[in-house]
Design a protein. Structure first.
Length: 177
């Protein structure tokens, strides 16, 4: 009987240890997938649909806030906001790629054309994804990774629990308001 109780306790400790280490295991898998440009591996650890939706909501809120203050007396404001929303949608879809995520994980701001090639004469040395990052458990089902960007502001990567595994579900990018 003592052996069974010991086994159950040992099993519970192993499950708790795996659950606690889960976000770090997921981050390692994401980092490996980004470095190898392995989209299949990334799709196992990143909820791309939720991530795109969350980023679109962030950017649309910022654009709408700026547009309402700047275009409040303009009769074409609604039309401009509609175009801005479509622009944000296309921009997020083009940046939420393995290359775009690698840039964010390295603390770089996304820029058009940066996905496929580097400009001539630029340094080919890349920073390691999540290097010098800070980690926090926000709750039992939410984990955050904070990476400083080029301006010293922090980009927050949010992982959410999916059973015993974790998935990247949100990126909160600092934006000038």
């Amino acid at each position: 009987m003592k052996k069974i109780i010991g086994f159950v306790v040992l099993f519970a400790i192993a499950i708790a240890g795996y659950a606690a280490a889960g976000p770090f295991i997921t981050l390692h898998q994401i980092k490996s997938g980004v470095e190898k440009q392995d989209s299949e591996k990334l799709s196992e650890h990143i909820d791309f649909a939720t991530l795109r939706t969350n980023l679109k909501e962030q950017l649309n809120a910022l654009v709408m806030k700026q547009a309402t203050s700047e275009l409040k007396d303009n009769p074409f404001a609604a039309l401009a906001m509609g175009f801005a929303s479509k622009l944000v949608e296309g921009m997020v879809d083009s940046f939420v790629t393995p290359s775009g995520l690698a840039n964010l994980m390295e603390g770089k701001k996304p820029q058009r054309g940066q996905e496929s090639e580097q400009p001539a004469g630029s340094s080919t040395q890349k920073r390691e994804p999540f290097k010098d990052a800070r980690y926090t458990y926000d709750s039992s089902s939410k984990f955050s990774v904070w990476v400083k960007d080029e301006n010293g502001e922090e980009i927050r990567f949010v992982l959410a629990r999916d059973g015993l595994s974790w998935k990247l579900s949100n990126i909160i990018v600092p934006m000038k308001r």
